[in-house]
Design a binder for this molecule. Structure first.
Ligand SMILES: C[S@@+](CC[C@H](N)C(=O)[O-])C[C@H]1O[C@@H](n2cnc3c(N)ncnc32)[C@H](O)[C@@H]1O
Length: 389
């Protein structure tokens, strides 16, 4: 196995469980290393720090998956066993993220479980190279009806990799029917956003259903396939779900039908920003407004510009709210910090002339573990806000 030496002083964060070594932190390396090759990392005194996946193309030169000198197969078994233990606590659904890359201790590997269908996603060449072994292990663990690959996304291009999509095992999945706390959803694992469903909003959906009351007028902005909407509707609320992509709305309507909730949810094909402005102009009022926009800020350099999108959503949401209305805003952009989101909430509330109470701050659920020394593992932050006056 080839060796790589890290620059003096740069080993501290690695000893402190951070898994990434950036290219300018590499002191030297042994010969030519292929993309995805497993190498040993040593400190400047030659002490073993760990093993990881090398990349020639990414700005992250090495990603550590082992610190004990074990083979990948042993590490995989150990990490999967740990992942299972964490997920055993997830009740009332047959669908969850089984493996969350760095959060679960193997960089670049995502595995989502939708009932008996598994979705595999590789984000780096190191995982591409080990795909066969990982799939064998997943078959042994879950005996799935199918394993579908969704290694498609911007992250692959950054690694110099082409997208990979397709059936890896079993039957070709079409729409997978899943269940979450008694509601059924159709998930398009082949073409849907992320790997088909926003598993990371599960805890917020529960929280929303606990808060909403019968007869409330609700708005589910950026609704995707209507997951929040249906939980609101089940409690007897009247919901407008606003989404820009027609095919997501279509699936949303199917989901509503599947749960006999079609009469409660109005699926509206519209740009959510325009919709909000129109509702403000019309003087409409809502009791509960949920806004879960797509990742608005993709790069650190976009934060200053991008954070105003949150201001705009919140400002208009406060304008169409009234005393007692609840606003839930989520940001799935890693670069938008909790501090920035809070700052935007404070500013938009002041600009809208309303007093706002912070009811709760939530983060991604336990199947998306946030390792405190790996800031990049935290991406989803949400604020539950209440208009006080
Ligand atoms: C983060 S997802 C929402 C997930 C959803 N809350 C759930 O739990 O399933 C964001 C959604 O916003 C939609 N979208 C993106 N831009 C939009 C816009 N300007 N207006 C309305 N919807 C938009 C995307 O198509 C996507 O379905």
């Amino acid at each position: 196995m080839k060796r790589v030496w890290i620059k003096k002083g740069k080993d501290k964060k690695i000893r402190n469980f951070y898994p990434w070594i950036f290219r300018d932190e590499i002191e030297r390396k042994e010969g030519k290393i292929e993309d995805g090759e497993i190498v040993e990392l040593l400190d400047s005194d030659g002490n073993f720090l760990g093993k990881g996946f090398w990349s020639n193309k990414s700005h992250i030169a090495l990603r550590i998956f082992d610190r004990e000198g074990e083979d990948f197969e042993d590490v995989l078994k150990k990490r999967f066993d740990e992942a299972i233990k964490v997920r055993e606590k997830i009740k009332e659904t047959n669908s969850f993220r089984f493996f969350y890359s760095e959060g679960d201790g193997i960089p670049g590997l995502i595995v989502d479980k939708y009932d008996k269908t598994i979705v595999f996603q590789s984000r780096i060449k190191g995982i591409d190279n080990l795909k066969k072994k990982i799939i064998e292990k997943l078959i042994e663990l879950f005996n799935p009806s199918s394993i579908y690959e969704r290694s498609d996304g911007e992250f692959r291009a950054e690694e110099g990799l082409d997208n990979e999509k397709g059936l890896l095992y079993g039957n070709e999945p079409y729409l997978v029917k899943i269940e979450e706390r008694g509601l059924k959803f159709l998930v398009d694992v082949k073409e849907g956003m992320k790997t088909g469903f926003y598993l990371d909003q599960r805890d917020n959906r529960k929280r929303v259903e606990e808060i909403v009351e019968e007869g409330m007028e609700c708005l589910d902005l950026f609704s995707y396939t209507g997951a929040f909407s249906l939980f609101l509707a089940r409690k007897g609320a009247k919901v407008k779900a606003v989404e820009i992509e027609e095919k997501n709305l279509e699936l949303g309507r199917e989901n509503a039908k599947l749960n006999s909730l079609s009469s409660k949810v109005d699926f509206i094909s519209c740009n959510a920003y325009d919709f909000l402005e129109e509702e403000v102009k019309k003087g409409r009022r809502f009791d509960f407004i949920i806004a879960d926009p797509p990742g608005i800020v993709k790069r650190k350099s976009d934060v200053e510009k991008g954070k105003w999108a949150y201001w705009k959503i919140l400002y208009n949401s406060f304008k169409i709210g009234k005393k007692g209305s609840i606003v839930l805003i989520s940001s799935c952009s890693y670069h938008i910090s909790l501090q920035t989101l809070l700052e935007m909430a404070k500013l938009s509330a002041s600009d809208a002339g309303v007093k706002v109470k912070l009811l709760d701050i939530t983060f991604q659920p336990i199947d998306h573990p946030w390792i405190i020394q790996i800031p990049e593992t935290l991406y989803l932050k949400s604020l539950f806000l209440r208009i006080e006056s």
